[in-house]
Design a protein. Sequence first.
Length: 245
Amino acid sequence: MRGSRSVVTRRLDGAIDSTISERGTIWFRPAGVKQGLINMSEPVPAILHLYLPTGLFLSHDLGEGFDATAIDSLRHKGGFRDPLLAEIAFAIMLELEHETSAGRLLAETLAFSLVARLIQNHTAPRSGLVTPAAGEGLDRRRLARVLDYIEANLEGDLTVVRLASVACLSEFYFARAFKAAIGKSPHRHVSARRLERAKDLLCDADRALVDIALGLRFSCQANFTRAFRRATGQTPAQYRRNRLA
């Protein structure tokens, strides 16, 4: 939740709880828990709803260190604080407000991070994960395969699932290992590479701006223009004019 303080009253499975909410307040509702009444004493400027498919909690996606039964011990939690969960949610909201070309990669990576945090801190003590060695990056050959795949598919549908498959790792471990190897998340790297590709494509005067935007996985030309201007200080049209002058 983002915005002013408000007393939020909710009914879940017959139980009622009231919470004084403020920026970063979180509610968690597992699948199958019925929600009834929701009342807010004051208007709330922004609420982000995140839906995590149960498939994300499978050890096949998260890696061998995770307990696949952890999802069974997740319970409803009302009005709690978790700084890491909040920061992940704020990052997702920022992407929704300011779209990048690799937004899908970011959302997938953050979804796995959300699941890992829920399993780590919000399940029964018997559940959870075995933490792998910290800071282990992709080895040289795996990294080269992934980087080559990214370069060959900048105008394609790049996802964490596909990149992890190229690296032969689980999706969750891949995102961590990739960042450890090059110092940037998959999302940031792909965003940067797509903007560099955009510069090359803009040198073709016959290529329409909207085609470049959609080809590089922006949802529309306006979002492409905003992202390009943030990165370069120029709009795509200005960049093209300057290069072709």
